[in-house]
Design a protein around this ligand. Structure first.
Ligand code: ADP
Ligand code: GLC
Length: 474
């Protein structure tokens, strides 16, 4: 069948990224095109994007979009069909998508309400020659899009809201209701009222025709208080319209055969060479497994557990390279770890795409000890590169990695090491298991082969999205 989808989001690779949301939003159009659905991505024209779009045609406009003119420009970057919302008073600013050089933008509620408003308007009215069948909103930043569509009265367009991370909920004080062009009747606990104010994410959750999240396990976790972050009741109430669809990774961007030196499951010499050059680059001399962490340094990611478990891992012969940025306290703890174990632990604070490729190519294992993980992408890069994932059993990590155990080893299906609960004791045991597995070269080779054979591309997920769109529009 197939049809048209308007995707609304605040980040999109290759234009603007702070996390996996951008990877997913940027990958979906090509993945869905392969199964007959044409998707365009509506994204704010942040300062760094305006030059790209300078001569793109204007396909939509509004004279007063919360205090200034708004125009939508249509074009394509890196194969992604884009609709850029150019509203300089809202988006032409220094800094990232959510923050200026010092602090968060104080008007984020309005900035992303505007994005959502335009998304709902385009969904309802269509563009010349392009009428969407589905409005697909991502995270709280687009949470008001299904709400504007729903509150605007019925129309043939169906809406989907995808939760990438329920920790961010887009709260605004109650007096913003009319400012945000929301109807008074919506200010109700069964609707978008949340702790005395307005939650954009909740608004989307109660109005979207369907809710997805980025793994089946996270879909179930979200309905429980440990993971729902206050919205568990709202999500559970909508259980019949909630599903989990696992993310994929871009297998052209993340391709061991495209690294320098290249390698593959059949020809692993390139990986050994990559490890040697990585060790030289960071001045490492590691007799056992070389592990990496490539991550935002935050509480979500369990980074604070590393100082407790790495000393024993190093003692057992292991080594570690950390690439990440985030919480200043955690950045310092990582620096301290490197200072304590020269030649065995190295740390690079910052964001570095090229280095992340060299790390996945050269390392033996990738550590992902997250407290919660809606999907997670780095464990999948690890699988593809034969860099065995060591993961906590939460969310998408539980759905993508098969932990080594007597049973899975006998069955020959293990692809990594898993642990639970998410604490230093269990994480430490997992690292001890990693050291033991590394000490058995034939077993290690088998695990690596299993990992590299595990499919991590978008094909299955794209089919699941297409099936969902088809059900909704039938
Ligand atoms: P999240 O979106 O919660 O941060 P994901 O695993 O879904 O987690 O996505 C994170 C993405 O950001 C991955 O593509 C990962 O490789 C990338 N990434 C995170 N930190 C860095 C860094 N310091 N340098 C390079 N890439 C990074
Ligand atoms: C969020 C989640 C991460 C997920 C990504 C893309 O940032 O933290 O687990 O992979 O979104 O869906």
């Amino acid at each position: 069948m197939g049809g048209r989808v308007l995707s609304v989001a605040s980040e999109c690779v290759p234009l603007v990224k702070t996390g996996g949301l951008a990877d997913v939003v940027g990958a979906l159009p090509a993945a869905l095109a392969a199964v007959g659905w044409e998707m365009r991505v509506l994204l704010p024209a942040y300062r760094s994007l305006r030059a790209d779009a300078a001569d793109w045609p204007v396909v939509w406009s509004e004279a007063d979009l919360w205090g200034g003119p708004g125009r939508v420009l249509s074009g394509e970057v890196g194969g992604v069909p884009l609709l850029l919302l150019d509203a300089p008073h809202l988006y032409d600013r220094a800094g990232g998508p959510y923050s200026g050089p010092v602090a968060e933008h104080p008007d984020n509620a309005v900035r992303f309400a505007a994005l959502s408003w335009v998304g709902a308007s385009i969904a309802r009215e269509g563009l010349e020659g392009w009428q969407p069948d589905i409005l697909h909103a991502h995270d709280w930043q687009a949470g008001l899009a299904p709400a504007y569509l729903g509150y605007g009265g019925s129309c043939g367009v169906k809406s989907v809201l995808t939760i990438h991370n329920v920790a961010f909920q887009g709260w605004a004080p109650a007096h913003m209701l009319s400012v945000l062009r929301l109807p008074g009747h919506a200010f109700h606990p069964d609707a978008l009222e949340y702790y005395g104010g307005i939650s954009s994410l909740k608004a989307g959750l109660v109005t979207a025709d369907w809710i997805t999240t980025v793994s089946p396990t996270y879909a179930a976790e979200l309905m429980r208080p440990e993971f729902g972050m206050g919205l568990q009741g709202v999500i559970a109430a909508r259980a019949p319209a909630v599903s989990g669809i696992l993310n994929g990774v871009d297998t052209e961007v993340w391709d061991p055969a495209a690294e320098d030196p290249p390698f593959s499951a059949k020809a692993m010499a390139g990986k050994a060479a990559a490890r040697a050059s990585l060790s030289a680059e960071f001045g490492l001399d590691v007799p056992g497994p070389l592990a990496i962490v490539v991550s935002r340094l935050t509480d979500q990611k369990g980074i604070d557990l590393l100082p407790a478990v790495i000393p024993d891992f190093v003692l057992g012969g292991g080594g570690l390279v950390v690439l990440g940025a985030g919480d200043p306290g955690m950045e310092n703890e990582m620096r301290a770890l490197a200072a304590r174990f020269p030649g065995r632990v190295a740390v690079r604070i910052g964001y570095d795409e090229a280095l992340s490729h060299r790390l996945f190519a050269g390392a033996d294992a990738v550590l992902v000890p997250s407290r919660f993980e809606p999907c997670g992408l780095t464990q999948m890069y690890g699988l593809r590169y034969g860099t065995l994932p060591v993961v906590s059993l939460v969310g998408g990590l539980a759905d993508t990695v098969i932990g080594a155990s007597p049973a899975t080893l006998t069955a020959g299906v293990a692809t990594g090491v898993t642990f639970h609960p998410v604490d230093a004791m269990a994480f430490g045991r997992a690292l001890a298991q990693l050291l033991a597995l590394y000490g058995q070269p034939r077993l290690w080779a088998k695990l690596r082969a299993n990992a590299m054979a595990h499919p991590v591309g978008w094909e299955t997920s794209a089919e699941a999205y297409a099936a969902l769109y088809e059900r909704l529009t039938a």
